[in-house]
Design a binder for this molecule. Sequence first.
Ligand code: ADP
Ligand code: MG
Length: 244
Amino acid sequence: MREIRTLRLTRRELETWLWWNCEPTAQSKESGWKPPTYCARASSRPHPVEIRIGVNTGEVVIRSISTSEGHVEYTPIGHTTNLASRMQAIARSGSILTSENTQRLAEGYFQSKALGPVQIKGMAQPVNVFEVAGLGPLRTRLQRLASRGYTKFVGRESELAQMRRALESARAAHGQLVAAMGDPGVGKSRLFFEFKAMAQSGCLVLEACSVSHGKASAYLPVIDLLKGYFKIATEDDDRARREP
Ligand SMILES: Nc1ncnc2c1ncn2[C@@H]1O[C@H](COP(=O)(O)OP(=O)(O)O)[C@@H](O)[C@H]1O
Ligand SMILES: [Mg+2]
């Protein structure tokens, strides 16, 4: 069966899809670049499923259509979805193409390869097209903001004092756990960032992030911590991982 559909994915869904399907080949390991062999797992099965994806980001107009059965269906229309559809149409099987709009927003979270300007049907100007090549080094919004510089850190004295007390106890061999809870954007990541900058001297600092697609993998943040401890990088092959 070969059904071509235009998928609209959120970043999390795209991340999940890459996570499950991204397998570097011998050739990509050699060159250091990971080509989009995302169908590798599927193609080893008797009936390979081939998928290609086009992504574009922008404002979308939703039109409602009443069907003959009396249901109302909603269809997105306009330039944004057209361009996503074109991206999908020109992507080779097993690859994900994005427009420049999407690439700019996803930069750092994903690695991408510029394919250059492409003349797209229905567009007056050539469009810069990018191919998703794998996961990038960034995981959090705060890490992404780092390149633009942070705002001046203010307040949070009592939280920092509490964290310092926990650190002192930990240094005195009484292990401590500190959890910061709050609404998105309230400053949890920044608090830990500042605490690390102020208090990490003399400590071994290991970091791990939980990711939305990690729920199905047991102990993923713990595995991340161990990888940090053993200095295992994503691009390390099995041999490098075993090296003492
Ligand atoms: N105490 C603070 N002083 C100045 N800026 C802050 C402070 N706390 C957070 N911010 C800024 O607010 C934004 C959101 O903070 P962040 O730590 O990412 O939130 P959270 O992790 O809770 O979602 C970031 O740009 C961060 O630099
Ligand atoms: Mg955060």
